[in-house]
Design a protein around this ligand. Structure first.
Ligand code: OSB
Ligand code: MG
Length: 377
């Protein structure tokens, strides 16, 4: 569609603080408040665009942090996007590709342009992305618990709620024991996988090999965040499919990883790969090569999850997404009503125009800890 678009009159970036219901524990630490970055656009017709740059508030997952995502969005990504010459998301994404790395900031800006376009055209983001599915299958990503009993309780709870897959966070010393306990309690048919968040090295080969006997769908990011060749070496030495998360930050990264045999399973997070345009390219690559693909999560608010859900409408996704709803993670969401998981373990892809969920401006205002206006006309 090339209809004349109303000019953008407001472009701003906010850092907001969202308290988690309980701390999220992984191999790289504990998070009890989710600090995230929002990008907000408004055009002359009053249409709104919202995007989320869901970097973490520390540099232990990837180099990007909440603070750097905020800064890059304000100083570079949003100004470059506003001068791209067109508000079309693909044009905006191409303009921002001059920015090296800083994928979360670019993704947040790009999502705001996607949702603004959807609002301006009175269409859903799903219809812009063009996926055939109207529901996304979901699993749960469990944070590291204190005890095995707590882990088993949470797995039972989520399976009872319909979640179709369980992902356990592991680290050296907390790997085979919880995996064995979950297999013994829930059987071999449970769709089970693990995520190490880069907590191992090739010196841990014996520990990683021991997981081969448990029929895991994949082991996610066992080795260092940038260890492409090492993951290829590991994949040759173990049977469980290696899944990459941290290592894959662009479509080219995914192509290289598949060519090298560094993974057989791909975790696709729009924030981590620089946006929905790059995500669509990765989905197409994985579909063409028959690679297992699923949508990961960054504990986004409903604003970021809206883009992830629209992406999940593509039929390239073979496995359930990490998409725990706000009711599991937060005291409240930044969108209201937000989404929930149905008893069949799926989430409806929003059909409403624009972002797809009503945004709670009042909560965003109340929770804002940093704010910068990039354009006010
Ligand atoms: O490694 O997949 C990860 C959350 C924050 C940072 C990294 C990861 C995660 C998750 C959360 O596993 C999944 C979700 O968003 O529901
Ligand atoms: Mg991960």
């Amino acid at each position: 569609m090339t209809a004349e678009r109303a000019p953008i009159l407001l472009a701003e970036v906010r850092q907001v603080a969202m308290p988690l219901l309980k701390p999220f524990v992984t191999g790289f630490g504990v998070t009890d408040t989710r600090h995230t970055v929002l990008v907000h656009l408004r055009d002359e017709d009053g249409h709104e665009g919202w995007g989320e740059a869901p970097a973490l508030d520390h540099p232990y997952y990837l180099p990007d942090t909440t603070a750097t995502a905020f800064r890059i969005a304000v100083d570079f990504a949003l100004p470059v996007a506003l001068q791209a010459g067109s508000p079309e998301p693909a044009v905006v994404a191409a303009a921002m590709s001059t920015i090296r790395g800083n994928t979360f900031a670019r993704a947040g800006v790009e999502e705001a342009f996607w949702s603004l376009q959807a609002a301006a055209e009175g269409r859903s983001m799903r219809s812009l992305i063009g996926g055939p599915r109207d529901r996304a299958a979901v699993g749960e990503s469990l944070s590291i618990a204190e005890t095995i009993d707590e882990t088993l309780e949470e797995v039972a709870l989520r399976l009872g709620e319909g979640y179709r897959r369980i992902k356990l966070k592991i680290r050296p010393g907390w790997d085979e024991v919880p995996v064995r306990a979950v297999r013994e309690a829930f059987g071999d048919d449970l769709f089970l996988q693990v995520d190490a968040n880069a907590a191992y090295t090739l010196d841990h080969l014996p520990e990683l090999r021991r997981l081969d006997g448990y029929g895991l769908a994949c082991i996610e990011q066992p080795l260092e965040w940038d260890a492409l060749l090492e993951h290829a070496e590991l994949q040759r030495a173990i049977e469980t499919p290696v899944c990459l998360d941290e290592t894959l930050r662009s479509p080219a990264d995914v192509r290289r990883a598949l060519d090298l045999g560094a993974c057989r399973n791909v975790n696709l997070k729009p924030g981590r790969v620089g946006g929905l345009t790059a995500s669509m390219q990765i989905a197409e690559l994985c579909r063409a090569r028959g690679v297992a693909l699923w949508c990961g999560g960054m504990l986004e608010s409903g604003i970021g999850r809206a883009g992830n859900l629209a992406l999940c409408s593509l039929d390239a996704f073979t496995d359930p997404a990490d998409m725990s709803p706000a009711s599991v993670l937060f005291a409240w969401d930044l969108v209201d009503p937000t989404f929930e998981v149905s008893p069949d373990g799926t989430i409806a892809v929003p059909e409403a125009a624009g972002l797809g969920f009503p945004v709670r401006h009042d909560r965003i205002e109340a929770q804002t800890v940093a704010h910068a206006v990039v354009l006010e006309a």
